[in-house]
Write a protein that binds this ligand. Structure first.
Ligand code: UDP
Length: 140
């Protein structure tokens, strides 16, 4: 498997509880390298655009309101098989279903306030990285 890059968000429930370092440590322990990182505050329009694929879902409005409720930390993670590896470290969407040791099992509050976002495929990773970062900000 080649070296990949994936996109991650440390969500408002986690930044609010001062978990940025603990979650970043989980990525690094899994062999993922942080090649870009910044703390930002999303606008509602940005949150709606980012989660546009979920626009028709019943949780869309609540999800967008949650994502703008506190600052977030957006990161680019690099490593062998980084997309799948990150999804593994994150754990299942619903923390009740997440495996022991995963970020969502240890830190998430609910299926909505679940501490992290991670890209699910190479195409979405590329799109999501480009949404938040310029090439100059990615330092491998
Ligand atoms: N979400 C929610 N309620 C649901 C399903 C999802 O609030 O019933 C939120 C949750 O924050 C999740 C995000 O919508 O992380 C995106 O959902 P997806 O199914 O893509 O899950 P993920 O890829 O984040 O595990």
């Amino acid at each position: 498997m080649a070296i990949q890059r994936t996109f991650s968000i440390i969500k408002p429930d986690a930044t609010k509880r001062n978990l940025t370092g603990a979650i970043t440590a989980k990525f690094e322990e899994a062999g993922l390298r942080i090649v870009a990182s910044k703390r930002i505050q999303l606008t509602l329009a940005q949150a709606q655009q980012f989660y546009g694929v979920h626009a028709a879902r019943p949780f869309f409005d609540e999800l967008c309101e949650f994502m703008i409720s506190e600052p977030i930390v957006v990161q680019v993670l690099e490593g062998e098989d980084a997309i799948a590896k990150n999804r593994e470290v994150m754990g299942a969407t619903n923390p009740a279903d997440a495996a022991p040791g995963t970020i969502r099992k240890e830190f998430a509050l609910s299926i909505g306030e679940n501490s992290v976002h991670g890209s699910d495929a190479p195409e979405t990773a590329a799109e999501e990285i480009a949404f938040f970062f310029s090439g100059l900000e990615l330092v491998g």
